[in-house]
Design a protein around this ligand. Structure first.
Ligand SMILES: *[C@@H]1O[C@H](CO)[C@@H](O)[C@H](O)[C@H]1NC(C)=O
Ligand SMILES: *[C@@H]1O[C@H](CO)[C@@H](O)[C@H](O)[C@H]1NC(C)=O
Length: 221
């Protein structure tokens, strides 16, 4: 239940990331993965390994590697025309440590009310040997498209108090306004994600127009 709460918060904050994390972990724990086809399976195995975050690597490691080193948590509103824009966001500690606390400080502006249907998509990549590798979509988790975020949210019972207090809530519709909280803190008891650097990019649309797009670069120690 606690994890579901975390998920619901995260969804609101970062698009669909939380859903993904929950489902991903959930599936990993509970399902025999034998049904997954070879290629996907080896990709998932690769991504489920713990990777040393780049900030802890010696400088020599980066010689000859093209991509920019992940130094710290960062976020970006990836579509400036979207109705919802994050005005500030911090996720601490950085790097995240599981088990442990996850603290979120966020200010979100929605400039016109959005309601069902909200198609959403998520792209999750992990840095492996200096290269971003995209996770596949398997059974609705990973880098997937979702038909309606509102419907996904309706399956989550609990809305964390700090989110209720902002007036935003956890269910559609999401009304125009500015929402801010620094009280979101969760104790995550399980190894929610294997260590490494992640790029989690979520986008939501509404009636064919961008409703929100957020790119997160975050590190799990
Ligand atoms: C909402 O914000 C977007 C970009 O931030 C802007 O293009 C649009 O005009 C705004 N709409 C309203 C109703 O303020
Ligand atoms: C993160 O992923 C998104 C979606 O694939 C991509 O557009 C973006 O460039 C990536 N960001 C970085 C820093 O690699």
């Amino acid at each position: 239940m606690q994890r579901l709460t975390i998920i619901s918060v995260t969804i609101l904050l970062v698009g669909l990331i939380g859903t993904w994390a929950h489902q991903y972990v959930h599936e990993y724990e509970e399902e025999d993965r034998a049904y997954i086809e070879d290629e996907t399976e080896s990709l998932l195995d690769l991504l489920s390994l713990n990777a040393v975050p780049e900030r802890f690597r010696p400088e020599q490691y980066f010689i000859g590697r093209g991509t920019k080193k992940v130094q710290a948590f960062s976020y970006k509103n990836c579509d400036p025309s979207a109705v919802a824009q994050i005005q500030s966001l911090s996720v601490t500690p950085d790097p995240l440590q599981f088990p442990g606390n996850l603290n979120i400080d966020i200010k979100l502006a929605i400039n016109s009310t959005v309601d069902a249907v909200l198609p959403a998509s998520l792209i999750i990549s992990k840095k492996v040997a200096g290269i971003w590798i995209k996770l596949p979509c398997v059974d609705n988790f990973g880098s997937c498209n979702y038909d309606d975020l509102c419907e996904l949210l309706s399956q989550i019972g609990d809305c964390p108090d700090p989110i209720v207090k902002t007036g935003l809530g956890c269910q559609c519709p999401f009304k125009a306004g500015t929402y801010q909280t620094s009280d979101l803190s969760f104790e995550v008891d399980a190894a929610a994600l294997p260590s490494g650097d992640y790029n989690i990019t979520g986008s939501i649309s509404h009636m064919g127009k961008p409703a929100g797009c957020l790119e997160l670069i975050l590190t799990v120690a």
